[in-house]
Design a protein around this ligand. Structure first.
Ligand SMILES: Nc1nc2[nH]cc(C(=O)O)c2c(=O)[nH]1
Ligand code: SF4
Ligand SMILES: [Mg+2]
Length: 230
């Protein structure tokens, strides 16, 4: 008699690591320093790496450690805020980001992201703050988010004319539907072009067409730097 041998068919589901690793630059609790939610207590999770390399970037996104999901969740237990700001670098390029977001969401955190606006944002995110970069204007012609909660553009006037910068801001305002639009002064080694930025806000608002989609530009400053907090 021939014996029947049953060969198990491998599952087509990819095997998910139950405790994946993430590139963590830092995790800290502070206040949101910028934009509409300024002064909102929040835990910041800063993920390593970015797909852009802005000359004035204030973050060392290439220096990071690997932390497992369990280690991250343990670290969060030491904080009180229920809002988490996922930032970077560019957090949206991190592999397995949705695994981290699922774990945070299931612990009832409100999830915000700070993104350069060149990537799709996972559905678990509750609040999108995007900061398109004028020095990479050509990339934003090809792809940009179509929606965010707020748009914050750094007034990067070192390498372009005011006209070029304002064109970029106006194009972004047309491409990205948002509730709030901000210009932020460019800060290099403690120096800020704040008065020039305020003047450009006035010019952008004066140039705006009144109607249902009128964009009102406002100033966003990095209050955490003035307060001397993280
Ligand atoms: N307090 C504080 N607020 C922030 N908002 C956005 C930040 C960032 O680095 O993405 C940031 C930051 O680094 N600190
Ligand atoms: S997109 Fe943001 S994190 Fe990336 S290089 Fe530019 S300023 Fe730095
Ligand atoms: Mg910062």
């Amino acid at each position: 008699m021939v014996e029947t041998v049953i060969i198990p068919i491998p599952s087509r589901e990819p095997i998910q690591d139950p405790n994946p690793e993430f590139r963590i630059v830092e995790i800290f609790e502070s206040l949101q320093g910028e934009g509409y939610n300024t002064c909102m207590p929040a835990i910041f999770i800063r993920l390593g790496r970015c797909d852009l390399a802005c000359s004035w970037c204030d973050t060392d996104y290439q220096t990071y450690d690997s932390m497992t999901l369990t280690q991250i969740l343990e670290k969060l237990q030491g904080y009180t805020a229920k809002n988490i700001i996922i930032t970077g670098g560019e957090p949206a390029i991190h592999p397995r980001l949705t695994v981290l977001l699922d774990a945070l969401k299931s612990r009832a955190y409100y999830l915000c992201i700070e993104t350069n606006g060149l990537h799709q944002i996972p559905a678990q995110i509750d609040y999108i703050a995007t900061s398109p970069k004028a020095c990479y204007a050509e990339r934003y012609q090809k792809k940009a988010l179509s929606h965010a909660d707020e748009v914050r553009i750094v007034a990067d006037l070192n390498t372009m004319t005011e006209r070029q910068f304002m064109d970029f801001a106006q194009v972004m305002a047309q491409k990205i539907t948002a509730k709030h639009y901000y210009l932020s002064p460019l800060e290099i080694e403690g120096e800020m072009n704040i008065y020039q930025t305020i003047r450009l806000i006035g010019q952008l608002n004066a140039a705006g067409v009144e109607g249902p989609n009128t964009v009102h530009w406002q100033l966003s400053v990095q209050t955490h730097k003035w307060a001397g907090i993280e």
